[in-house]
Design a protein around this ligand. Sequence first.
Ligand code: F3S
Ligand code: F3S
Ligand code: ZN
Length: 125
Amino acid sequence: MGEVRKLIEDPTFPNGWPVKETHIDHQLKWKDGVSKEYGVHGSAVGVDFDICIADGICITVCPVNVFDRMELPGEQEKMDKGITNDSGKAPLATWKADPARENDCIFCRACEIQCPVQAIKITEP
Ligand code: F3S
Ligand code: F3S
Ligand code: ZN
């Protein structure tokens, strides 16, 4: 098993993470030496796709519907073979929780608290 990371414990996110591109109306951040495949979507609501395993509790608990499921078909092979990501666990489904409407976040932090692999870091502006 590789290194286990938790975005919530990374004090360099979001300000120390360079912006790689824009996705919808949020940033995709990528830090060399840390990011491996997908990077982090969102800034105020940062979801590290290299840690997310598609648990989905974040989508269930968010009171203002910040997240969309973003399909990443390449995850199927990891599911089939039990290949772990930076959470130390294999993905449960072929999507990641994309903070498509992070500007609607009211900072209740339910997602951040409940994500079982600490893939989410909330940063109030
Ligand atoms: Fe929703 Fe998480 Fe913000 S649950 S309101 S995106 S802190
Ligand atoms: Fe992913 Fe954690 Fe949500 S694993 S789907 S960010 S609860
Ligand atoms: Zn995105």
